[in-house]
Design a protein. Structure first.
Length: 303
């Protein structure tokens, strides 16, 4: 059993390192993307029309040693007189021996279509900084001759984001591009080693509120993510909101996982959200720990 665990961990480490050197997903994942669009789209900061502040924690694949964990702190606000939104995101994302710590500062400008700002086309730009680190002690025994062990194991990079977002009382949709500059990571500067870099990533989201009756709203939502030389990534689902007091729902991540959601909101200000995500094979061959758990708190500064 111990031998199996060691082999599993080494395989996991190899996969994580490959993701740094190859064209792979490099952005942290949040299950509740439909409620927090500005985490993926800089144009969506300030979309709620007032200030918010929150935090999230996500633990994934606990059955595998070194499974991904993500912690996020975020906030945004909207300056109505200037038609401008401002948002900040700080995060720590760890997978096996690798970790990413970073932050984003995003700015949006709204073109309003009515005096109440209910219909807005928002254009956003932003900058980000990222520190990539590799815990060399965790890979030294498995790959003792790897050139990475002779490097610092850390690199600091800056990049840029851009997006467009439309919001009305019923419809929200947007497209964004992150890591536009695509800087090289340069862990190991050698012609014989694969070149690692931050790769440009695109995403599009859409949701629509359907009024079921006076107190309930159904919200279908959909997200697509794209990265050059990688398959399209699809996710979609349905949420039920009751009186701005609580919600339940679910979604399906194409060929990867399904998720269940639940949340409550107190006095229209403090929301507590939980998400459970279960992954398909091959992760599901583990008897336990093949799922993800996510908890998110958010406070709305409303009158």
């Amino acid at each position: 059993m111990q031998s199996i665990k060691i082999k599993t961990y080494l395989l996991f480490c190899f996969t994580a390192l490959t993701c740094i050197a190859a064209n792979a997903q490099q952005l942290f994942k949040i299950s509740n993307y439909m409620q927090h669009s500005f985490l993926t789209n800089p144009a969506a900061v300030g979309a709620n029309g007032h200030a918010t502040f929150g935090a999230a924690y996500r633990s994934q694949w606990s059955g595998i040693e070194g499974g991904p964990t993500t912690a996020v702190i975020f906030g945004d606000t909207y300056f109505k007189k200037m038609n401008t939104g401002l948002g900040i995101v700080l995060y720590s994302d760890k997978t096996g021996p690798t970790s990413r710590t970073g932050g984003e500062l995003n700015l949006s400008y709204s073109i309003k279509f009515d005096n109440e700002h209910n219909k807005r086309l928002m254009i956003g730009i932003g900058g980000q900084f990222i520190q990539f680190k590799v815990d060399k002690a965790k890979i030294a025994d498995a790959i003792p001759n790897d050139p990475l062990l002779a490097s610092s194991g850390s690199t600091f990079k800056a990049d840029a984001n851009v997006g467009i977002y439309y919001r009305s009382n019923t419809l929200s949709m947007g497209v964004s591009a992150k890591q536009l500059i695509q800087p090289k990571l340069d862990f190991v500067k050698s012609a014989t080693n694969p070149e690692g870099r931050l790769y440009r990533q695109y995403s599009g989201t859409i949701s629509y509120d359907i009024k079921a009756d006076d107190v309930n709203i159904l919200q279908p939502h959909f997200e697509v993510r794209y990265q050059p030389e990688a398959p399209l990534d699809f996710e979609g689902g349905l949420m039920l909101y009751h009186k701005d007091m609580f919600h339940i729902g679910g979604s399906y991540h194409y060929k990867q996982s399904y998720a269940l959601f639940a949340g409550v909101k107190f006095m229209h200000r403090l929301s507590i959200n939980y998400a459970y995500e279960a992954y398909n094979t091959p992760i599901s061959i583990f008897s336990t720990g093949y799922s993800a758990h996510e908890i998110m708190l958010r406070y709305f500064f409303v009158k």
